[in-house]
Design a protein around this ligand. Structure first.
Ligand code: URA
Ligand code: ZN
Length: 387
């Protein structure tokens, strides 16, 4: 088959590996998988947070069976997926268990990817690659985290690391993480920053709105706060080659970045701390395109594009320059259709949003970048196919 010039690559797609699902089944408090009986029907449900609305959500093989992932990809024309463990990763475990499980799950994910079918029309590539896990929990030795990064470097199909927002307990702006950022940068692993905790649920009132508020607002607000703190702590100044991919298009960070810059300029504690205007750092980050709307993606792209103007010390930014940092994703297997359908609206909406972005809608080459080529470049796989 001829080379596919415009592959579709999914950078935001999850799995609960069988070993991880077994860990959750053995638990008696959240996060856990439990049997739930409703009349004559018993099903497994996933409870990821204590007090979660509606007793959690149904969970089944789509979360762990690789054939279901491959069938989902086939159905939506996705050529390659970069699969990550779903939240809450190892956050809830004691340090020694987190270390052991990180090692085992990283080997499991390597096997899951290494034995996947070849990507059709993309010579030398597999259909599946992965983001590994680090034992990021309180009381872990930093040297243990570094050892896990060394292990990940030996796994050829693991191209990055997924992490939440807690770090080793104090957040991603904790100076204790500097050796970790250093090691990740040196290893050229892409860090996928993904939310789990949301924000204080008392902000969401007493009406039963299912999972809507924690997912639509809590998740992206959590990412916004975590990444803003990371910027304020100077991590992006100290590690400018770190490649961070933000879930859900960076939450509210693009929308709030000028306000952030202004607040910094007016604050004597922070004003002289950073090397650049806060908006500059958006050009150092990567954003998934999981925003479901073309206007939002157009806006995110423009705010990333503006960062290059700060880089060059002013001037007008090419409004599409930022599109090289936007990458298609699905969030599979979350957000399945409520009624049986061949194609998932969550996926179709994200594909359509990319194709309709202002400026991008008339430029197939820009669409191809966002849909797949940006990902192949970010994960250092582009040259392997297109030389
Ligand atoms: N819900 C989750 O818990 N995780 C996701 O990634 C998406 C929805
Ligand atoms: Zn996700």
């Amino acid at each position: 088959m001829a080379n596919i010039r415009h592959p579709i690559v999914d950078v935001h797609t999850h799995v609960y590996l069988p070993r991880y699902a077994a860990e959750l089944r053995a638990r008696t408090s959240a996060p856990r998988i439990l049997n739930w009986t409703n009349g004559a029907k018993t099903e497994e449900r996933l409870l990821i947070l204590e007090g979660e609305p509606s007793g959690g959500r149904p969970i089944g093989p789509q979360y762990w069976d690789r054939d279901e992932k491959l069938e989902f990809m086939r159905r939506h024309g996705i050529n390659i997926s970069f699969v990550s463990s779903a939240n809450p990763w190892l956050d809830f475990l004691p340090a020694d268990r987190a270390q052991t499980l990180a090692h085992e799950l990283n080997n499991d994910l390597e096997e899951y990817c290494a034995t996947s079918p070849p990507a059709e029309g993309l010579s030398g590539l597999k259909t599946l690659y992965g983001f590994g896990l680090l034992p990021l929990v309180p009381d872990v030795e930093v040297s243990t985290i570094i050892q896990t990064i060394e292990h990940l470097k030996t796994l050829p199909h693991i191209r990055g690391i997924i992490m939440g927002t807690k770090g080793v307990g104090k957040g991603l702006d904790d100076n204790a993480l500097d050796p970790v950022w250093h090691a990740i940068q040196a290893a050229r692993l892409v860090v996928f920053i993904h939310p789990h905790y949301g924000v204080d649920s008392s902000a969401f009132g007493e009406n039963d709105n299912g999972h809507v508020l924690p997912l639509a607002l809590g998740f992206p607000f959590e990412t916004t706060i975590a990444v803003t703190r990371l910027i304020l702590s100077g991590v992006l100044d100290r590690f400018p080659d770190l490649r961070l991919l933000l879930a859900h298009s960076g939450g509210a960070l693009p929308q709030l970045s000028s306000r952030l810059a202004s607040c910094i300029q007016h604050d004597p504690i922070v004003a002289n701390r950073l090397k650049h205007d806060a908006r500059y750092y958006l050009g150092q980050l990567y954003f998934d395109a999981v925003a479901y709307g073309s206007e939002e993606l157009t806006f995110v792209t423009r705010t990333i594009s503006r960062a290059s103007a700060f880089k060059s010390g002013g001037g007008t930014a090419d409004s599409l320059a930022g599109s090289t940092r936007l990458l298609f994703g699905t969030d599979h297997p979350f957000f399945p259709p409520l009624e049986a359908s061949q194609k998932w609206p969550s996926v179709e909406n994200n594909l359509e949003a990319i194709r309709r972005m202002v400026g991008v809608n008339s430029k197939p080459e820009q669409q191809a970048n966002i849909l797949g080529l940006n990902a192949l470049r970010l994960f250092d796989l582009h040259d392997q196919v297109y030389t």
